[in-house]
Design a protein around this ligand. Structure first.
Ligand code: PEP
Ligand code: CO
Length: 452
């Protein structure tokens, strides 16, 4: 066997000598190269000191002193780069953070699947309809969803459009956050929009009142406003799937002596591209960002520990997050041995539960959905199992939207299979709607409050 991967030379393009799954093939390599050079020249979307701060926050979540809420669309479309949509998504994430802060009694770091979540892994490279076979749709930075040959042809210009929209989205998020949108002193910014359900509305209002009371109490004692803790920290993340795109935004910062991916704060490796010998793992091992990997069924038992050794050879705190996504039926059997195997590596990791991707099913009417009860059951099982194993569940990962869509069934309104057709808008996976997302945060917070 050759030398272990973490001692081999790494460069931003060393992934190119490994098998790279899920990459589009471009007809005109010169056009691709031109676009990538342009992206590499433009200013970065995020900066290294934000990335370093997130690494510190993840390290504190690993110790159980903080909680991570990661959430957003399965896939962003370019049409989502629009002020109301962005503000609504920010709002639901902030409301959930507030509820979790109250219930878990820990500061919350909010990491949005946003400002760059444009590339999607697919189960097949092509799609056939009525005898016509075309490349599959791989997300907004690759090609267009319409089933036409011209639309499905990977177009390098879309990478540039994606980079620009990431920057525009994050620019607006930063402005809202700086303007006080994420400040606990101003929960009135986060009116309840689509929240029609009276009981949930009241429960949320009680939490807001209780937090406002505590804040005023502490400020009266300390004689001034509490800034540091009253501001929810907000970061961007996306699946680092399109490796040329990620490489183009990878820069060496001489003062830090490390390479950073400046396209997002925390990129993650999807489950389909998490092969320890593959190109994605090779690319990720060399960047200084805090990174995550999705782990779950279908992965050989030794893989999560192997990934941990490759991706965090120095056992650096805050570096690695493992997002497990088993499905409510499998978590009980599969999570305990995984925790044990990873523990033996000696690396600190942040364990995050994604209760969405293992609970996808198709209704008798042929609609892809997820059931609220299964989502909740997987999160609760995750908390319990980590506790039993002496480890810590430090975060949750949801696919959600700030809109009133009907894509997941159940929740306080008891959305049925037949009601899904009313506002089913996702282009990929079904998302929790605004009410379901807030309800889920409340149920987690309430349940934890009872247990703690
Ligand atoms: C996703 O997060 O949208 C996704 C594709 O997840 P996974 O890699 O866990 O299947
Ligand atoms: Co998804």
């Amino acid at each position: 066997m050759d030398n272990p991967s973490h001692t081999r030379l790494w460069t931003p393009d060393s992934w190119q000598s490994r098998p790279a799954l899920q990459q589009p093939s471009y007809r005109d390599p010169a056009a691709l190269a031109r676009v990538l050079a342009e992206i590499a020249r433009l200013p970065p979307v995020v900066v290294s000191w934000e990335i370093d701060r997130l690494r510190d926050e993840i390290a504190s979540a690993q110790r159980g002193e903080r909680f991570v809420l990661q959430g957003g669309d399965c896939a962003e479309g370019f049409e989502d780069c629009e002020s109301d949509t962005i503000a609504r998504k920010l709002k639901i994430l902030l409301q959930m953070s507030l509820v979790l802060l109250h219930g878990l009694r820990r500061p919350v770091t909010c990491i949005a699947r946003m400002a760059g979540q444009y590339a999607k892994p697919r189960s097949a490279d092509t799609e056939t309809r009525d005898g016509l076979t075309l490349p599959c749709y791989r997300g907004a930075i690759v090609n267009r969803p319409a089933f036409e040959a011209a639309d499905r042809e990977p177009d390098p210009e879309l990478l540039l459009r994606g980079y620009e929209r990431s920057a525009l989205t994050l620019n607006f998020v930063r402005a809202l956050v700086d303007g006080g949108f994420a400040d606990l002193h101003h929960p009135e910014y986060w009116d309840l929009g689509f929240m029609q359900h009276a009981e949930l509305r009241e429960a949320y209002q009680r939490i807001v009142d209780s937090i406002s009371d505590s804040l005023h109490f502490f400020e009266a004692l300390s004689g001034g406003p509490i800034h540091e803790t009253s501001q929810t920290r907000f970061y961007a993340s996306h699946e680092g799937l399109h490796l040329h795109y990620e490489q183009a935004q990878t820069r060496y910062l001489p003062r830090r002596g490390r390479w950073y991916n400046l396209a997002t704060h925390m990129p993650w490796i999807g489950m389909r591209t998490a092969d320890p010998a593959g190109a994605h793992v090779e690319y990720f091992r060399g960047i200084a960002n805090p990174i995550a990997v999705k782990v779950g069924p279908g992965m050989a038992a030794e893989v999560p520990a192997e990934l941990t050794r490759i991706l965090n050879p120095g056992n650096e705190p805050g570096r690695l997050t493992l997002i497990h996504r088993f499905g409510s039926e499998h978590i009980g059997q599969l999570l305990p041995p995984m925790i044990e195997a990873v523990r033996r590596t000696g690396s600190p990791v942040l364990w995050v539960c994604d209760p969405m991707h293992g609970n996808t099913e198709t209704t008798p009417q042929g609609i892809k959905t997820r059931r609220f009860g299964n989502i909740l059951a997987e999160v609760e099982a995750a908390f319990r199992i980590h506790e039993e194993q002496g480890s810590i569940l430090g975060g949750v990962h949801f696919e959600l939207t700030g809109d009133d869509v009907t894509e997941c069934t159940g929740g306080a309104r008891g959305l049925s299979d037949l009601e899904l057709a009313r506002a089913y808008r996702t282009s990929v996976d079904p998302r929790l709607n605004y009410e379901q997302a807030l309800e889920l945060a409340m149920l987690i917070a309430r349940h934890r409050n009872r247990v703690q």
